[in-house]
Design a protein around this ligand. Structure first.
Ligand code: HEC
Length: 158
């Protein structure tokens, strides 16, 4: 009996010092924020004629490495559905689409296309795809060849 009492006391001690705080300060808020929805749609309707037309090679790179933020068809894996990770991801998709959406490319003015093309070489040097994205999407990393191909294409667009 004495031992049982000791174990119970120990469990109560652990609950009082750690679990209670964990539940109040971490678990409950984490559950609560799941109800705050940020609405950035995974798929938007694409007008076929607005889609960027480029060589297979370019389209393959853009689809693999850029489409998850700069297109009408992004992938949200399971962890992207849980707040606050989902907010972070959706914010990037929203921002990314604002800067350039390759599925809307032909709806842009030639001036806008030229401006985006000018920014591509610097963007892909280190920042694009975003480093935090690459942690979990290592296949999206641009190889030296990918960068060379994209740079050449960006030059042709200017
Ligand atoms: C994980 C999301 C994500 C991916 C993947 C991604 N981008 Fe971006 N991109 C963004 C966001 C967000 C911005 C706007 C904010 C910023 O510049 O950081 C942006 C901005 C840009 C800009 C404008 C930069 C400037 O100086 O204004 C270019 C150009 C660009 N991206 C090209 C690309 C290309 C090309 C790829 C693929 C190789 C790519 N991005 C992949 C999220 C992404």
């Amino acid at each position: 009996m004495k031992y049982l009492q000791k174990i119970v006391n120990l469990l109560l001690f652990i609950y009082n010092t750690f679990m209670k705080n964990l539940i109040i300060w971490v678990i409950i808020p984490l559950i609560a924020i799941q109800f705050i929805k940020v609405d950035v749609k995974q798929t938007l309707i694409t007008n076929e004629k607005d889609k960027l037309k480029a060589s297979k090679e370019i389209e393959e790179i853009l689809n693999r490495s850029c489409a998850d933020c700069h297109s009408n068809h992004v992938n949200y894996p399971w962890y992207d559905k849980i707040a606050p990770a989902s907010w972070y991801v959706k914010y990037h998709v929203k921002k990314g689409r604002e800067v350039v959406n390759f599925d809307k490319w032909n709806s842009y003015s030639s001036e806008k296309k030229r401006k985006i093309a000018e920014k591509i070489p610097k963007a892909i040097k280190i920042r694009m795809p975003l480093p935090t994205y690459l942690w979990l999407h290592s296949n999206a990393k641009l190889s030296k060849d990918d960068k060379r191909i994209l740079n050449k294409w960006a030059k042709e667009l200017q």
